[in-house]
Ligand binder design. Sequence first.
Ligand code: FE2
Ligand code: FE2
Length: 223
Amino acid sequence: MKKNITLEDVRSDPQVDEYIKRSTEFLRLYHYTDHGIDHSNLVSERARYLAKEIGLSEKEQELVSIASYVHDMGNFLDRKNHEYWGALMFHSIFQERLPAEDMATIMQAIATHDNYRAQIVNAVAAVGMIADKSDVRRSRVIEKDKAQIARDIHNRVNFAATNNRFEANKETKKITLTLKIDTSFVPVMEYFEIFTYRMVQCRKAAQFLGYKFELVINDFKLL
Ligand SMILES: [Fe+2]
Ligand SMILES: [Fe+2]
């Protein structure tokens, strides 16, 4: 059997599909923002875009899009350690269909995406990290009840993010996340309260790729 899979193989795999759907249902019980199919698709597309813009190989672009698509599928077992569950689940599903080298790269990318003590270990993990941590948007808020949204800082900040633009520039060596935050709904400080460590990870990941990570909120360059 040829050992090679594409994003389409992964997206059409019934186990992957079930685990992502279950994760959506599981996290809904805890009033989390979207970690389901929309988040998977958005992060995967953004990661592929970034990988292409910075000149990673076609094979790496595919690995990046796969790792980014499945990175949150371990959430249905438990939010805690979901990065490790996800990496092991990916291995159990695709071990016969991927060479060990590519398997190890993807597993590392999944396992490190939410471990803030982890070093950035490879380019696939670096790109996936940036794509995941930059997904801040109003449509990520699943909760419909305004009072419930107001109670949780993650829901508040995502709800306040009315615009999100993501660009990579090979000439200037900059990766830029530009956000519009509705400050009538949430002060920009709240964004930093929950996103500082995520932005630090983005900066580390960008450095690994030889880039600078820039964050612009409401026309102010903050990073
Ligand atoms: Fe995650
Ligand atoms: Fe995620």
